[in-house]
Write a protein that binds this ligand. Structure first.
Ligand code: 5GP
Length: 173
């Protein structure tokens, strides 16, 4: 499996960019009641590094959704496998994602969460593949914009493996 991967983002590049994002978020959310919402499973390394780069009080909560249809392309129909532990009404909410591809997952999750009336709702993603977008979703903070590659590592999987790679690479089937 690992012999089919070519490196795209090194550990050092990721670390530097995550520190920058953390500093920016610390500034933007200063004095605000913030809940950081991680979309499982792929987000776990990114969110762990990101919140540790944020010098402020915040809550962390996780949500897990699944797309109907399966495969590597999402259909946009999502159902909730795990919901947030607490309400977000009146609070500033930041969705954290590993990658935004077609945008369908984020579109649905965004709608779900907006219905709960947070004070604000923004999105931070490690990776963005804008060339693949099927629905326009605002993405407020982007780690890296990448070409249309299938990437693995740093949380991103292939058949639920390779999430533990410390870097991001392109998988060549
Ligand atoms: P979207 O709904 O934006 O099309 O898809 C978002 C989800 O699809 C991501 O959270 C991720 O699980 C999966 N995904 C999209 N592109 C890639 C990719 O290049 N590699 C991996 N491993 N997963 C991806």
């Amino acid at each position: 499996m690992r012999d089919r991967i070519t490196p795209l983002l090194t550990e050092a590049q990721i670390r530097t960019r995550v520190q920058e994002l953390g500093a920016q978020l610390t500034q933007d959310y200063a004095g605000k009641d913030l809940v950081v919402i991680g979309l499982l499973n792929g987000v776990f390394p990114f969110i762990a590094d990101l919140v540790r780069a944020m010098d402020m009080d915040l809550n962390i909560s996780f949500m897990q959704v699944a797309s109907y249809g399966g495969g590597t392309e999402s259909t946009g129909e999502v159902h909730i496998l795990k919901d947030l532990d607490r309400g977000i009404q009146g609070r500033h909410a930041l969705i954290v994602e590993d990658i935004v591809d077609t945008g369908l997952t984020l579109f649905k999750v965004g709608k779900l969460l907006r219905d709960r009336e947070p004070a604000s709702l923004k999105v931070c993603t490690l990776l963005d593949k804008p060339s693949r977008r099927k629905v326009q979703v605002p993405v407020d903070y982007v780690g890296f914009t990448i070409e249309d590659h299938f990437v693995v590592g740093y949380g991103l999987d292939l058949d639920d493996k390779l999430r533990n790679l410390p870097y991001v690479g392109v998988y060549h089937p």
